[in-house]
Design a protein around this ligand. Sequence first.
Ligand SMILES: *[C@@H]1O[C@H](CO)[C@@H](O)[C@H](O)[C@H]1NC(C)=O
Length: 176
Amino acid sequence: AMTPLLVLLGAALCSLTMSTEIVPQPGFDLKEAEGKWYLIGFATNSRWYINNRDKIKMGIATLTSTAEGHMRVSYASLNKDGSCSRKKYRANKTDIPGKFVFVSRRNEKHTIMVEIKYDNFALIYDMKKKKKGCYILCRRIFSSRLILLKEKFRQLAYRVGTLTENIFFLPKNGTF
Ligand SMILES: *[C@@H]1O[C@H](CO)[C@@H](O)[C@H](O)[C@H]1NC(C)=O
């Protein structure tokens, strides 16, 4: 008697995932998104990130666009010893504005600009095979709407299937 119920539940969950497909904000404009952003939180289902979350620090992401309209991301954060870590990569544009693809060896990472207010915050979804996550960037560290933004971010994190305990906000002083 359990089987039909489980099948039904499976089908329901399946259609639920389909209907909550994450799409970019219509009319996304990379030019407007250029400049400095602070990483203030992230959510992930990646074991590595969860186990190493104390290594992830608040830092500054700088977005720029190339002549072809691809996105350059440069991320700088401060280490405990005062040194600085930098990461840089280019995510290519796709046919869908606000959806980017980054290819490294055999992996393909998709980055989707889910919601952005160019002068305030950006909610971004990242997906590499089964690794899914999202993060929130803000133009200022001290946003007056931080509580509201955190709630918005949690909703996206749930939509992409991350668990409450895997949603992390970075404290203002840097590390956890
Ligand atoms: C990304 O864009 C560059 C320049 O347009 C191109 O040479 C490269 O093949 C692209 N890479 C991918 C994975 O689409």
